[in-house]
Design a protein around this ligand. Structure first.
Ligand code: PXG
Length: 434
């Protein structure tokens, strides 16, 4: 096969093409390679295949929908599926969050939420609120807005001149003092005070539209929020009229046991983004869930006409909505959110069983998301992590390297034997790695 024409996303193309890793099919927890080798999917592929691969209800729904209504627009025209899916999503969302705007990806969801925030303030006569606050090491997708509020240096470096200038960042919460914390670290809630003590006085609340937070920072390296930290951010935002956006692209759909991280932490944000697990990865779909008060500002606007000048050709695409409905039915039928919660204790033991192995400097976890962090090789950051990832793949387990951390995020259908295979293989690899 000629590999040269496909320019692969977020990939070291030259390294990959010198030693390709291909998959041919997938079922439940496993990939099958073209040679027929099974590889356990320890990352729900890209933090999204929460129901497992090629689940019957989901693939049947997609097949049936493709033969019935391939595409219809949602621009001043309608078809039933996005209305039905929005209703199902609203029933799972925190109380008071009931309106769903569909996009095709998490990146589009983030940029949609940022635009919604600014438009909301303007409608309420606070048009000076245009500034966004993000956090170091957060990942909010790759579009201009999400990249600008994001805090992963390598994703920003080459585009510095195109980043939005109306953005400030809070510090990240990772600290060696919290190494080997099980669940939420005990120390660090006071890092939230930077918002009130530095950022708001610097810019003035009247100029700030929204704070965007990924409740667990996943692709930034799996950073677990300290106890009380997110609650404190919520209180500060409320005090200053700043909208709080939870980017739930990874934490949504049962990753922490509840439908969304918002419920896990007992917080109601003003806007929530989602993607990935809404279709278990089977068809691209994302969206924003708005608090009723935010939505009302648009619907109460004087003068009539289009309330929000924004949308994508494929917003509410029939195939994506059919996949979304079938995925939510699968979650419910198999009680996968409860299963995720039940399995999180065993998962925690697995992650922390890696403590004490060569080069391990931290193990961390929350719900069914976790990471082991390795000390970098002198002068070659990321190399040890990448080599560990390659060796795990060769031994039949897929986990993701993030710098020198290995991330774990199994599908919610994972049984104990799958978790044993993941952590057993990683342990074996770490013992053999220099
Ligand atoms: N927000 C969060 C929190 C994400 O994790 C996005 C937004 C963007 O979603 P889309 O669908 O536009 O990719 C994400 C996506 C990685 C990795 O390396 C993670 C993501 C995407 C690509 C790579 O772990 N998360």
């Amino acid at each position: 096969m000629n590999l040269s024409h496909y320019w692969m996303p977020f990939t070291d193309n030259r390294r990959f093409k010198a030693k390709p890793r291909l998959v041919a099919s997938a079922k439940d927890m496993y990939y099958v390679t073209p040679e027929g080798r099974q590889v356990l999917d320890g990352l729900a592929t890209l933090w999204c295949v929460n129901a497992g691969h090629c689940r019957p209800r989901i693939i049947e729904a997609i097949r049936a929908q493709a033969g019935e209504l391939d595409f219809a627009s949602s621009f001043s025209l309608g078809h039933p599926l996005p209305f039905r899916l929005a209703e199902r999503i609203a029933a799972l969302a925190p109380e008071g969050m009931g309106q769903v705007f569909f996009t095709n990806s998490g990146s589009e969801a983030v940029d949609t939420a940022l635009k919604m925030a600014v438009a909301y303030h303007r409608l309420r006569g606070e048009g000076t609120r245009t500034r966004f606050i993000g956090r170091e090491r957060s990942y909010h997708g790759v579009n201009i807005g999400g990249m600008s509020v994001g805090g992963v240096p390598s994703n920003r470096k080459a585009y510095a001149g195109t980043l939005l200038t109306n953005v400030d960042h809070l510090r990240h919460t990772q600290s060696p003092d919290n190494a080997f914390s099980k669940g939420q670290p005990a120390r660090g809630a006071d890092l939230a005070d930077e918002l009130e003590h530095r950022v708001i006085p610097l810019h003035d609340a009247s100029n700030i539209a929204a704070l965007i937070v990924d409740p667990v920072q996943a692709s930034g390296g799996v950073l677990i929020p300290p106890q009380g930290y997110l609650q404190r951010l919520r209180e500060i935002c409320t005090r200053h009229g700043i909208l709080l956006i939870f980017d739930e692209v990874i934490t949504g759909w049962g990753r922490l046991g509840a439908p969304f991280a918002a419920q896990h932490f007992g917080i109601r944000p003003d806007l929530m983004t989602f993607a990935k697990g809404i279709t278990s990865g089977a068809v691209p779909l994302g969206g924003v869930i708005a608090a009723e008060a935010v939505h009302r500002a648009f619907m109460d606007a004087k003068g009539g006409g289009i309330e929000f000048f924004h949308g994508y050709t494929y917003s509410g695409h029939p195939l994506a909505c059919a996949a979304g409905l079938a995925t939510l039915e699968t979650y419910e039928e198999e009680r996968l959110f409860e299963k995720s919660k039940d399995q999180s204790g065993y998962f925690e033991q697995g992650v922390h069983s890696l403590k004490g192995l060569p080069n391990v400097i931290d193990c961390r976890n929350l719900g069914l998301i976790g990471a082991v962090e390795l000390a970098p090789r002198p002068g070659a950051p990321g190399e040890r992590g990448y080599e560990a990832f390659e060796k795990c793949w060769d031994k039949g387990v897929y986990v993701r390297p993030i710098g020198d951390a290995l991330a774990f995020c199994p599908p919610l259908i994972a049984e104990r034997k799958h978790l044993d295979q993941i952590f057993g293989t990683v342990a074996e690899v770490l013992k053999s790695l220099t």
